[in-house]
Design a protein around this ligand. Structure first.
Ligand code: ADP
Ligand code: UDP
Length: 241
């Protein structure tokens, strides 16, 4: 069979390709990085491989802990096979410490710990700049049903527990992260964790030094972006392999 020449979708950081199975996609991680809603762009050698490796290991851990994900298997350095989903246009952000847009909105000092995890939602829409929304917006915009929404909340907290423990054992503090969920193409009544979990969509601070080990190194021109991602992969691999 002739391999597809055009991706089904090309985003800022990944491409989606068709496979022989209509319900399975190949997700290819690119070396491109963007920030500030695509305004800042760069490319980093090895980023695609690192994020594929990190995300695959994390999704395997989540699956082993009973969290259903889209992951089928990692197929090569920069690609994984995933089950096709209809992505819910709601990004779920979980925060354990104040950072980023939370600090900009509230004036709270970066690094302030929260008494309980904060969950927030944003509308996944690049033209609008992924605006913050709440559960009433989600209902009125019909982005997800009430049942799906409570499922997202519960899963996001469960994922937070698993990842907080994982990173803690790696000497990293999980400050915040973003999740995407989707309805399985084969059974839309089933929601699984989709997209990726990598330093592109998480804030991770070294517990000893406080050093940022995530995409903030790129956003803030701190240098050593791939060195930090590689260190995250090494620490996770040491623990999980
Ligand atoms: P963006 O679209 O924001 O530029 P990416 O470059 O990461 O982001 O592109 C990956 C796209 O694939 C995202 O829009 C994401 O929602 C979507 N996606 C992730 N997992 C799946 C999946 N299992 N099935 C279908 N689409 C997916
Ligand atoms: N995030 C993401 N994609 C987005 C928005 C946020 O992966 O479109 C992640 C981001 O990397 C961080 C967390 O979600 O780990 C919270 O981001 P925040 O709202 O603080 O936004 P930022 O400061 O990055 O604009």
């Amino acid at each position: 069979m002739i391999a597809a020449m055009e991706p089904l979708y090309e985003g800022k950081a990944k491409r989606l390709w068709a496979t022989n199975d209509p319900d399975v996609l190949r997700m290819e991680f690119k070396n491109d990085a963007t920030a500030f809603n695509g305004e800042k762009k760069a490319s980093f050698d090895d980023k695609g491989r690192l994020n594929n490796a990190i995300s695959t290991r994390i999704y395997q851990l989540l699956e082993s802990e009973g969290v259903p994900t889209h992951l089928v298997r990692r197929i090569d350095d920069t690609s994984a096979e995933v089950r096709k989903v209809e992505i819910l246009p709601v990004e779920v952000i979980v925060r354990n410490f104040a950072a980023g847009s939370f600090c900009r909105r509230t004036g709270m000092a970066e690094g302030t710990p929260f008494s309980r995890s904060v969950i927030e939602f944003s509308y996944k829409n690049d033209e609008l700049g992924d605006p913050l929304i709440n559960e009433d917006y989600i209902r009125e915009m019909k982005l997800a049903s009430e049942a799906e929404l409570s499922h997202l909340r519960a899963r996001a907290l469960e994922v937070n527990g698993i990842l907080t423990r994982l990173f803690d054992e790696c000497g990293l503090r999980l400050v915040d992260f973003k999740l995407e969920f989707g309805r399985l193409a084969t059974d839309p009544s089933r929601i699984v964790l989709a997209d990726e979990i990598s330093p592109d969509g998480c804030r991770l601070w070294d517990k000893k030094t406080g050093e940022k080990m995530d995409k903030d190194r790129f956003r803030r021109d701190l240098g050593g972006v791939m060195e930090a991602y590689r260190e995250v992969l090494d620490r996770i691999s040491d623990l999980l392999d």
